[in-house]
Design a protein around this ligand. Structure first.
Ligand SMILES: [Fe+2]
Ligand SMILES: [Fe+2]
Length: 309
């Protein structure tokens, strides 16, 4: 457990917020199909990825000896499970506008199942099964580095404010990304705990190897989802013709123009922190800012009113 996280003395809670996209237009980031489909890509990936993390973390729980970390892991699982549910509602919104997404989601689900218990379904001896568990939690920590960066970008730049986007979808994305900042340390702390105090060098080397797979894998997955959505929209079809490099370049152009998408290059540049042996996600975000944004979310306020009644 990182000492700063202990001092923070902050406990995670699941906020069972609800979203209704029945009034949300197809291009929910107004007049910006590129930004809409790029951000919508997360609706396809995240429910599968977040539930995959929940399964790995539940499997890791019996190995966690630290009470605060146990509470953090449970809080993390509850938050991620509800993120997945909220994005499933957004998947229905995409289906409502005629987007064919089910084959794609089924393919992602198959990949996630193959990465779950053991690679390719092999039966592993106990020590290798434990090592594989540290790898899976390490993959989650690497993904959480990117979700923390996205969350910090969202909190700082407020990309979909001032009536430039549908308020309901903007609220879902902003609430989710703020909770990503709130729970940013948990996967990393769990990874370090599972690797053990005496294995810090191994843990460092293993997480660098993991990131070499996660950074291109995460980028490719987002690109494929974006392409899948853009090719089904006549107003965005030209973007679906873009190759990977041109699409990545377009994120930088769009970030400079409208600030409504993050720049891919700033995400990659953030890896200069990950490679430091002293890296800890606590230093990458601002919990108080995240909580302020969460408490200002319309969905969270509605939940609070419900609890008071
Ligand atoms: Fe999440
Ligand atoms: Fe997360």
């Amino acid at each position: 457990m990182h000492p700063k996280q202990r001092l923070e003395n902050h406990y995670l809670e699941q906020r069972r917020v609800q979203f209704d996209f029945s009034q949300t237009p197809e291009h929910w980031i107004y007049n910006n199909p590129f930004a809409t489909h790029l951000i919508n890509a997360v609706h396809l990936i995240l429910p599968v990825g977040e539930l995959w993390m929940c399964r790995a973390f539940n499997e890791a729980l019996p190995y966690v000896k630290d009470e605060k970390l146990r509470a953090d892991v449970k809080g993390f699982v509850h938050q991620e499970a509800h993120h997945a549910s909220a994005h499933k509602v957004a998947q229905d919104y995409l289906r409502h506008y005629g987007y064919k997404i089910d084959d794609f989601i089924a393919a992602l689900d198959t990949i996630s199942k193959q990465l779950n218990t053991a690679p390719l379904g092999l039966a592993l001896p106990q020590n290798l099964a434990y090592r594989w568990l540290t790898v899976r939690v390490g993959i989650a920590a690497a993904v959480e580095h990117f979700t923390t960066m996205l969350g910090t970008w969202c909190l700082d730049d407020q990309p979909w404010q001032n009536k430039t986007a549908d308020e309901m979808m903007s609220d879902l994305m902003t609430w989710h990304l703020a909770e990503e900042v709130e729970h940013r340390s948990v996967a990393f702390d769990l990874y370090m705990h599972l690797c053990g105090e005496d294995n810090k060098t191994f843990a460092y080397l293993q997480r660098q190897m993991i990131m070499m797979g996660v950074a291109p894998g995460f980028t490719l997955a987002i690109y494929q989802c974006f392409k899948k959505l853009a090719q089904q929209d006549t107003q965005a079809q030209r973007y679906s013709q873009y190759g990977l490099l041109r699409s990545l370049g377009q994120t930088a152009i769009e970030n400079a123009r409208s600030k409504q998408v993050p720049s891919f290059f700033s995400m990659i540049f953030s890896l200069r922190h990950w490679v430091k042996p002293s890296y800890h996600p606590y230093d990458e975000g601002d919990t108080l800012k995240a909580l302020e944004v969460i408490n200002n979310s319309a969905a969270v306020k509605a939940l609070t009113r419900l609890r008071v009644c």
